[in-house]
Design a protein around this ligand. Structure first.
Ligand SMILES: *[C@@H]1O[C@H](CO)[C@@H](O)[C@H](O)[C@H]1NC(C)=O
Ligand SMILES: *[C@@H]1O[C@H](CO)[C@@H](O)[C@H](O)[C@H]1NC(C)=O
Ligand SMILES: *[C@@H]1O[C@H](CO)[C@@H](O)[C@H](O)[C@H]1NC(C)=O
Length: 251
């Protein structure tokens, strides 16, 4: 007890001699982790993107991480990316990174960082095998938007533990190609009989995660529509994916 008092006394003396502004700096020494939300588009613009950015910014405020949003791929440099714990591709489409930017992003993931792909992130960067494996597949087709039933097959993971076993939603449902189902841990599948126009086949994953090339990746197909970003179940789903990507949390 005495020792503690003495140490506190020394600290107080030290503190008193410091200039006010550096004292403020010392108290702010705990840095908040940062997330980059990337929204560059090619052939298709999702009207839901601004709603997604606003929703993720709010998740950040409520859960103590900072959020930067950009559609400027020139920010994909080694130096700039290293300040972030994870990058979200929020409904990106088409070719979004040049070769140099791709290299910086690969290096980022390899340094134990995270990736979250939302909706058409999987309709992005065809012809880049590394990205295909990071995502776990590529978009193939979708029928008209309609109701369908999702089966939440793993409800122990941080992004799905709050979800009902059967989750009925209205959305745009993708079928996939170039899939790597044996390399990813599948969280949610869609009941192929619960909607019309699917081209995927009976076993049809919709959300998954995996460790990949030294980093972490989470993908969810859901949320074509802006309404998703007002749905507490969906918001908790992407928050869990973000927390896995940023911090490796699985529960
Ligand atoms: C706080 O520290 C940073 C770098 O550590 C410095 O750039 C900044 O000027 C400092 N601010 C104040 C108010 O002392
Ligand atoms: C980037 O965002 C700006 C402003 O919202 C928009 O005008 C532009 O079309 C976007 N460009 C890309 C490539 O996403
Ligand atoms: C989708 O399901 C909801 C809830 O059951 C229902 O209110 C809505 O009318 C359905 N929409 C369509 C287009 O079938």
């Amino acid at each position: 007890m005495k020792l503690i008092t003495i140490q506190a006394g020394i600290l107080l003396c030290l503190h008193a001699t410091l200039h006010i502004s550096s004292a403020i700096n010392t108290t702010k020494a705990v840095k908040q982790p940062k997330l980059l939300v990337f929204t560059k588009i090619g052939p298709y613009y999702h009207e839901s993107i601004p709603f997604g950015i606003a929703a993720i910014e709010k998740l950040g405020r409520d859960n103590e991480f900072l959020v930067d949003a950009t559609n400027d791929s020139s920010l994909f440099t080694n130096n700039n990316l290293k300040q972030y714990s994870a990058v979200v591709f929020l409904s990106t489409t088409g070719d979004v990174l040049n070769d140099q930017e791709k290299n910086a992003f690969v290096r980022f993931i390899r340094s134990d960082k995270g990736f979250v792909g939302i909706h058409s992130a999987i309709d992005t960067e065809y012809g880049w095998p590394w990205y295909n494996k990071l995502l776990g597949g590529y978009f193939m087709s979708h029928p008209i938007q309609q109701n369908a039933t999702l089966n939440v097959i793993d409800r122990r993971f941080i992004a799905t533990k709050h979800l009902p076993k059967q989750w009925k939603r209205f959305d745009e449902w993708y079928s996939f190609q170039a899939t790597h189902w044996t390399d990813v841990h599948i969280l949610i599948t869609i009941d192929e009989k619960s909607y019309i126009g699917g081209e995927h086949g009976q076993f049809h994953p919709m959300s998954w995660y995996h460790r990949y090339d030294g980093g972490r990746a989470f993908y969810t197909q859901l949320s074509h529509r802006e309404e998703s970003y007002a749905d507490p179940l969906f918001l908790q789903h992407i928050l869990g994916g973000i927390q896995y990507a940023m911090f490796g949390r699985t529960r």
